[in-house]
Design a protein around this ligand. Structure first.
Ligand code: F6R
Length: 592
C-alpha cells in the first residue's frame, strides 16, 4: 500500500518519477505528489486524486531538477486530502519524505515534537519522520543518512521511506523495515521504488534493501549501510524481461489484458524446475501437517491446492485465512510445512504469520509472483508464478498461475511432475477456447443483470473454490454483493435470501459433483432464482449456459474461472466502473 519512487541522475527527475508512480498506482491511488530540489530550493506539489488528475491539477511531472521523490497514497491515517498527501516536510520545508507503512507510535512522537515547538500540517503518522530527521540535521549537524540512522530506532511499526534535503543536496536516502524498497542502477542515474516495476523501463539491475538497512543514492552510486552505519556491498539481480512490460497492449483495461493473457500464463507457470518441486514434495509428504496461509484470491487458489493435495497426493492439508493464522500458531511446530501463497509477496497478514511459524521452526514454502519480495526472504523454498506484472487490482492471471503451480505440486507428491507438465501443455488452448466462446455472450448477460444487487455462487469439491473466487471478482470490480459457498450449504440458511430473479451462478462441470450440485441449484430454481450454469454439460435447470471446454476433472478450475472473471469485468463496465482501480482497494496490502 502506497508506492514510493525516487531518482537522482542526469535526466530531469520529475517525469521519471511520474512515470514510475503510474506503474505503482496499483499500490494506492487516493492522492499523489512529488518533491524535487532545484537551484537549492525544495519544490513540492501534491494533491488528492488519482495520479492523472493530480498531474492535470498540479503539473507534478513538470517540477524542475535532477533529483526527486514521489508517492502514490492509499490512506490509512488521515482523510484523502491535499494536506495528507505525501511528500511531507519539516517545519521549514528543507527536507521531504515519502513513506509507505504505519508508524505505530506516531501519536507519542508527534506530541513530543509539538512540545519541542514543531508544527504539523497533516493528520498522517508519516509526518513525524521529516520532523525527527530535521531535528537531527539542525541540532546535531548530522548528514542526511546519519540523521536517518539516528531516527530509525525511534520508529515503531513498519516503514519504507525515502528522503531528500536541501541541506545535504545531491542524494536520496532510503530506509526500510517490513516494507519493500528496491534500488535500481542505470547508466543515467539511480532509482529507488517500492517495486522494481517503478524503474524497470530504465534498468533491470535491481537490489532489494533489507530490513533496517539504509541506502544512500547519488547520481553515480548507491551505497548500503546497516543499522549501525557500517557500509557493506550488495549485488544487483537481473529482472526478468517480462517484468518490464506494464503496458495495456491495446486493451481498454489491464484487467481485460490480464484475463486475455491467461493462456500464456499457464505455459509460463509450467516452466518450473522438476527437481525443486520433487524436493518440496518430499518436505510436504514428510510433514506432520501442511497449512496454506493466504488472503483473498490467493486463499481461494489455496483451496484448489488443498483439494489437489488430497485427491492426487492423499495428503490432508488445511487452508488458513492469513489474518487469522497467527492465532493458531500454538499448534505449529517444526513438523509443519507452511505454504504461503501471495501474488505480491508482501501482504502484511501473510508475512506476520510466516514470521511466527518460522520462529517455531516450521518449514516455509512460498508461492509468489512479484520478484524481490519480503516473503521470499523468509522462505526456505520459493516458487515463482512467472506470469509478469499484474497491474489490475483484481487478481486474474495470478490466480490461474497459482492453480497451475498447485497442479504441478500435487503431481510431484506422487512423483509425476513430468506428467503434470504434459497435461498443462494442453490447457492454454482450452483456456483460450473458454474466453472465445463466452466473451460476447457475457457482455449481454452483464447488461441483463447489471441492476441486480445480490449474486450467489455455488460449487462442490474443487469447484467450491471457483465459486468463492468468482464471487470475490464480482464484489471487487462491479461493487455487487456476492457470496460464494459450497453448494450443499445453501439450504442451511442462505436459501432464505433467494427470491424471484436472484442470480445464482452454479459452477458444475461434468465431474462427479455434477448431479448433487444440480440438486442444490434446483433448490434455488424452485424459489425462482435465475440459474447461470458454468459447465461443459447443459441442463434444463440453466436459464443461461456458460459453456466451458471439456477437460480432465482436476483441470476444470482453469476453464471455469475465466468466464466468471469476464462476467465480473463486463458487469463493472455495464455499471459504469473502472475495473482496474476498484474503490477503497489496493493491490498490495502491507498493513494488518
Ligand atoms: C483479489 C485480490 C486480493 C488479493 C489479496 C492477497 O482480486 O487481489 O484479494 O488476492 O489481497 O494478495 P496477495 O496475493 O498479494 O497476498
Amino acid at each position: 500500500m502506497c508506492g514510493i519512487v525516487g531518482y537522482c541522475g542526469k535526466e530531469p527527475a520529475a517525469p521519471i518519477i511520474l512515470e514510475g508512480l503510474k506503474c505503482l498506482e496499483y499500490r494506492g491511488y487516493d492522492s499523489a505528489g512529488i518533491a524535487s530540489i532545484c537551484d537549492g530550493e525544495m519544490l513540492v506539489k501534491k494533491d488528492a486524486g488519482k495520479i492523472d488528475e493530480v498531474e492535470r491539477k498540479q503539473g507534478i511531472g513538470c517540477l524542475p531538477g535532477n533529483i526527486a521523490i514521489g508517492h502514490t497514497r492509499w490512506a490509512t491515517h488521515g482523510a484523502v486530502t491535499q494536506a495528507n498527501a505525501h511528500p511531507h516536510s519539516d517545519c521549514h520545508g528543507r527536507l521531504a519524505v515519502v513513506h509507505n507503512g504505519i508508524i505505530e507510535n506516531y501519536q507519542q512522537l508527534r506530541q513530543e515534537l509539538i512540545d519541542r515547538g514543531h508544527h504539523f500540517t497533516s493528520e498522517t503518522d508519516s509526518e513525524v519522520i521529516p520532523h525527527l530527521i530535521a531535528e537531527k540535521m539542525e541540532g546535531d549537524s548530522y548528514s542526511l543518512e546519519k540523521a536517518v540512522l539516528a531516527v530509525m530506532p525511534r520508529l515503531e511499526g513498519s516503514y519504507a521511506f525515502v528522503t531528500l534535503a536541501i541541506d545535504d543536496p545531491g542524494k536520496i536516502v532510503g530506509a526500510r523495515k517490513n516494507n519493500p524498497l528496491v534500488v535500481g542502477s542505470g547508466s543515467h542515474g539511480n532509482y529507488i521504488g517500492s517495486d522494481a516495476l517503478a524503474f524497470a523501463r530504465h534498468t533491470r539491475k535491481a537490489i532489494s534493501l533489507g530490513d533496517n538497512e539504509v541506502v544512500v543514492m547519488t547520481p553515480d552510486k548507491a551505497e548500503f549501510f546497516d543499522a549501525a552505519g557500517n557500509a557493506f556491498s550488495k549485488q544487483p539481480r537481473e529482472l526478468d524481461e517480462n517484468w518490464a512490460n506494464n503496458c495495456k497492449d491495446g486493451y481498454e483495461h489491464f484487467t481485460l489484458k490480464e484475463i486475455m493473457e491467461q493462456p500464456c500464463a499457464i505455459d509460463r507457470a509450467a516452466l518450473q524446475d522438476g527437481k525443486k518441486f520433487n524436493s518440496i514434495a518430499l518436505d510436504i509428504l514428510r510433514a506432520g501437517q501442511v497449512v496454506f496461509t493466504a488472503c483473498g484470491t490467493s486463499r481461494y487458489a489455496a483451496l484448489v491446492g488443498r483439494y489437489l493435495f488430497s485427491r492426487v497426493g492423499k495428503k490432508f492439508s488445511e487452508v488458513a485465512n492469513a489474518s487469522e493464522f497467527g492465532y493458531f500458531v500454538d499448534s505449529i511446530d517444526k513438523n509443519t510445512v507452511v505454504i504461503a501463497v501471495s501474488q505480491s509477496g508482501e501482504t502484511a497478514d501473510v508475512i506476520e504469520g510466516v514470521w511466527a511459524a518460522r520462529d517455531v521452526g516450521a518449514k516455509i514454502v512460498s508461492i509468489i509472483n512479484r520478484p524481490n519480495s519480503m516473503l521470499e526472504e523468509l522462505s526456505h523454498h520459493t516458487i515463482y508464478l512467472k506470469c509478469g506484472p499484474e497491474v489490475g487490482v483484481a487478481a486474474t492471471k495470478t490466480f490461474l498461475s497459482q492453480v497451475a503451480v498447485f497442479y504441478l505440486l500435487s503431481f510431484s507428491l506422487v512423483n509425476a511432475f513430468d506428467e503434470a507438465v504434459e497435461h498443462l501443455g494442453d490447457m492454454s488452448g482450452k483456456v483460450a477456447e473458454a474466453i472465445e466462446c463466452n466473451n460476447s455472450n457475457l457482455i449481454n448477460l452483464a447488461q441483463k443483470l447489471k441492476d441486480k444487487n445480490d449474486f450467489y455462487y455455488l460449487g462442490r469439491g474443487i469447484n467450491f473454490s471457483i465459486a468463492t473466487e468468482g464471487a470475490l471478482k464480482l464484489k471487487e470490480v462491479a461493487y455487487v454483493h456476492a457470496e460464494g459457498m459450497p453448494a450443499g450449504e445453501l439450504k442451511h440458511g442462505t436459501l432464505a435470501l433467494i427470491e424471484q430473479g436472484t442470480p445464482v451462478v452454479v459452477v458444475c462441470p461434468d465431474d462427479y459433483t455434477y448431479g448433487e450440485t444440480l440438486s442444490n441449484a434446483m433448490e434455488a430454481k424452485s424459489r425462482r432464482a435465475y440459474i447461470i450454469g458454468v459447465s461443459d454439460r447443459e441442463s434444463d435447470i440453466f436459464d443461461f449456459w456458460v459453456e466451458v471446454p471439456r477437460v480432465d476433472e482436476l483441470l476444470y478450475p482453469m476453464v471455469t474461472i475465466v468466464p466468471l472473471q469476464l462476467l465480473a469485468y463486463h458487469m463493472a463496465l455495464a455499471r459504469g466502473y473502472n475495473p482496474d482501480k476498484p474503490r477503497n482497494l489496493a493491490k498490495s496490502v502491507t498493513v494488518k
